[in-house]
Design a protein around this ligand. Structure first.
Ligand SMILES: Nc1ncnc2c1ncn2[C@@H]1O[C@H](COP(=O)(O)OP(=O)(O)O)[C@@H](O)[C@H]1O
Ligand SMILES: [Mg+2]
Length: 379
């Protein structure tokens, strides 16, 4: 069994450490009729993972849970709300118009409570908060949990439409080194590994420690270490190996600044969210060299930013917006000649990942596809 198999599995199956405190605080908030709740934590602390857990968990007094990833449109939100109900409840729809949706929701909910969770809420445009405020007015049993980066609490407190609503603020704690070590062990077992092999006891501890309490950092460092060990044919990973591996990645980062072109192809400094420690990665190949220099630059940007809009890319690279648009089209595999000419490029390299508000406007956002992200990490 190799790591590749684990990456392919969906993230919902990955072993998770329960966030008991956060779960309890949330139940208390709902029990106390706090209908607007804000949960903040820095990137990589496990906010999205927590949200996904809440979908499966039975929360006291909550009849329905509905989750929203990145904002797309109010229309899509209406659909997601409706889909939270079983089919038979949706038979007699009545008026589900956006402007009257609160009444519809109140009727369908009856005496049950619904928890609606909005991830990445710092990116929501003001009109959405306005709409949600109206829902909140019309539907007493609707509870809203806004999840986002630190500062979201201030944003919501100053948001004209929600300002006079008292919001309950919650924080997601960082995880102790012991908890991170537990995640590591569970993940190794999950890919069919035995105990904490290939890590030694102090190797596992050193790796968990290196994450500085941030789960995403554990995944990133784990990935770096595994790559280093695969390249150097190391099969027992102790604390010294970890230090060398993480140290060598730091060197690579420094060199890369001096010679970006040469190193871009062997870039290994970021990782897919679902990757794991344990197992050996087979070397991938570099498709980057088949892309034009500007396309390579764009891919480089996507490695540093989870998602970007075309105007943002054009601004960073100082390139015409239309030519960036056409390059993005190509990277998405929408140009058949280009796809035929470059059989080694795993199209789509870039995918549309939703919409977001950037510079006050709603724009399409793009990201690396999971597959290209993985291939780039394996190199
Ligand atoms: N409770 C947890 N148990 C196990 N792994 C976790 C947990 N929380 C987060 N992770 C891992 O850490 C990474 C980052 O988590 P994520 O939920 O995407 O963070 P955020 O949304 O705060 O940026 C993911 O790869 C996830 O698998
Ligand atoms: Mg997230």
């Amino acid at each position: 069994m190799c790591i590749r198999d684990s990456i392919k599995s969906t993230s919902l199956e990955t072993p998770i450490i329960e966030r008991e405190n956060a779960g309890k605080s949330l139940e208390e908030a709902v029990g106390g009729w706090d209908r607007i709740i804000v949960l903040t934590a820095p990137i990589g602390y496990g906010k999205t993972t927590f949200m996904n857990q809440l979908r499966k968990k039975h929360l006291k007094e909550v009849g329905y849970v509905v989750t929203f990833n990145t904002f797309t449109s109010i229309e899509n939100m209406v659909e997601s709300f409706k889909n939270a109900f079983p089919r038979w409840k949706r038979l007699f729809e009545g008026n589900t118009d956006e402007s009257r949706f609160g009444e519809y929701l109140a009727k369908k909910l009856g005496g049950s409570r619904m928890l609606a969770i909005f991830d990445e809420a710092q990116d929501y445009p003001p009109e959405v908060f306005k709409w949600l405020r109206i829902l909140n007015d019309h539907c007493d049993n609707l509870f809203m949990l806004f999840i986002g980066l630190p500062g979201l609490d201030d944003k919501i407190a100053s948001e004209a439409s929600l300002r006079d609503r008292r919001a309950k603020n919650m924080f997601l704690e960082s995880l102790s080194t012991e908890k991170l070590a537990e995640i590591l062990e569970k993940r190794i077992q999950w890919v069919g590994g035995c105990g904490i092999k290939p890590f030694t006891e102090d190797g596992a501890r050193r790796l968990s420690d290196s994450a500085q309490h941030v789960p995403r950092k554990l995944m990133e460092n784990g990935q770096k270490v595994i790559e280093y060990c695969a390249k150097n044919e190391i099969y027992d990973i102790d604390s010294r190996v970890i230090e060398n591996a993480l140290g060598s990645v730091i060197d690579v980062e420094i060199v890369e600044k001096q010679a970006p072109e040469a190193l871009r192809a062997s870039e290994s400094v970021f990782m897919p969210t679902q990757s794991v420690g344990g197992g050996v990665i087979q070397g991938g190949f570099s498709f980057l060299s088949e892309l034009s220099p500007t396309q390579q630059e764009i891919v480089g940007l996507f490695k540093e930013h989870e998602s970007l809009s075309i105007p943002e890319i054009s601004q960073i690279l100082e390139k015409d917006i239309r030519s960036v648009g056409s390059l993005i089209r190509k990277l998405r595999g929408l140009n058949p000649q280009e796809v035929a000419r470059k059989p080694n490029v795993p199209y789509p390299v870039v995918v549309k990942s939703g919409k977001g508000s950037r510079a006050g406007r709603i724009q399409d956002l793009y990201s690396l596809s999971d597959n290209s992200r993985r291939l780039l990490t394996e190199n």
